[in-house]
Write a protein of this length. Structure first.
Length: 408
């Protein structure tokens, strides 16, 4: 609304500006001409009406008579030049298209009025006797469903109810139905038509139905659902609104864009079914690729760490001590069976007979924080730490020289 007021105020100011100063005034506003400002006002007004739910006002342009608009239609071809003949065909096509649009618009308007009238009558009958109205709808739905189903069966069977082809000697021509034969006749006529004489195709509305008859897609199916299918969908929609026990047949209506039927929620809708998720969630620690992360699992990383430390060991006893005192901490280690799962993974990558002992921290959730806090409070903390810059500069190998150990 503020934008609309600003544009209207701009138009008022523009009226008091001299003709020589209009361009400089418009340059400051960002608009090129007065017509552009008026067009912006129309667009903003339509947007406001649409936001408020009001019907948009459509300016009705004065209709130009067909005589003034199509000046060459009533003139014979022998009185026109070749360029005028082409223009006459173009005008004829435009006139036919325009009349077709007008008829379609009028038909849609009449259908909308008929739909509103029918809805009012249905609502009045429902208010007068709801039970009788519901029973009539059920009977009507059953009859329409049977008609639609029978029509589908006939279309599937190819309308061949009589079994006259048992002899087997039937040619292509005898298998064609009437519509296919008519299409073949029209195609043959069009192929040998040399266009002699004056071309008057399109003057009559029936001429444009020729393309529909010649179309191959018209043999098996029509342009859209027939009247029975449309009425069946309307009756089914009414029954859904007033009859909670109504359940339509899945194959009764061919409309695939029908909205889903309302179903009240039950306790089953709020239940979460858990199957393999119970062990797949913690299994992500050992197989991160389950969630698309290309990293090594927990058991594999433990094995790599043991191999690196084992390379510095001098004897087998020192090597066995590494796997005999593995401490796990953190909230994830509280999963049931975590120690057994980690032990099985490590045993697969260690030599046979290697002693493996995995211990869980007493306070697994806060153990890491408590250890870091204790370490930070000692006197050796400042001498045993280095900055983030040093780590990026000197690398991870510099950390191994500290030989940090834990004891039980």
């Amino acid at each position: 609304e503020n934008e609309l007021k600003g544009l209207e105020f701009l138009i008022q100011q523009l009226r008091h500006v001299n003709g020589n100063d209009i361009q400089s005034f418009l340059a400051e506003t960002g608009y090129v001409s007065k017509q552009e400002i008026e067009s912006a006002i129309v667009k903003v007004t339509q947007s406001l009406r649409k936001a408020k739910g009001e019907q948009e006002e459509v300016e009705e342009k004065p209709d130009i008579s067909n005589t003034e608009k199509y000046t060459l239609i009533d003139i014979p071809d022998n009185m026109l030049t070749p360029e005028q003949v082409k223009e006459k065909k173009r005008q004829l096509f435009l006139k036919t298209t325009s009349e077709g649009r007008q008829k379609a618009k009028q038909k849609r308007f009449e259908e909308e009025l008929e739909r509103e009238r029918r809805n009012k009558e249905d609502e009045q009958r429902r208010l007068e006797n709801p039970e009788l109205y519901m029973e009539q709808l059920r009977v009507k739905y059953k009859e329409l469903a049977e008609k639609v189903e029978q029509r589908k069966r006939q279309k599937t069977n190819g309308n061949n109810g009589n079994d006259n082809n048992v002899s087997g000697g039937v040619g292509r021509g005898e298998r064609l139905n009437a519509a296919q034969k008519e299409r073949m006749r029209l195609l043959t006529t069009a192929a040998f038509d040399r266009g002699k004489g004056e071309d008057t195709f399109g003057i009559k509305d029936e001429d444009w139905q020729l393309y529909k008859k010649m179309s191959k897609d018209n043999d098996d199916e029509e342009e859209g659902p027939n009247e029975d299918e449309v009425e069946l969908a309307r009756v089914a929609s009414k029954l859904r609104e007033i009859d909670p026990t109504f359940f339509p047949k899945s194959d009764a209506s061919s409309s695939g864009t029908e909205p889903p039927r309302f179903r009240p929620l039950t306790k089953e809708d709020f239940q979460i079914l858990i199957g393999v998720e119970r062990f797949r969630c913690p299994e992500i620690l050992f197989h991160p690729n389950l969630v698309g992360i290309e990293q090594a699992g927990l058991d594999e990383m433990v094995g790599v760490s043991i191999q690196r430390l084992q390379s510095t060991s001098q004897s087998m006893e020192e090597s066995n001590e590494l796997t005999n005192s593995i401490l796990i901490t953190g909230g994830s280690c509280l999963y049931p069976g975590m120690t057994e799962r980690l032990e099985a993974g490590i045993r697969m990558i260690r030599p046979c007979g290697t002693p493996i002992r995995i211990l869980r921290a007493s306070d697994a959730v806060l153990d890491a924080w408590i250890g870091a806090a204790t370490f930070a409070s000692t006197m050796h903390f400042q001498r045993q730490v280095f900055t983030k810059t040093d780590y990026y500069e000197k690398g991870e190998d510099w950390l191994r020289q500290y030989h940090l150990k834990y004891t039980f």
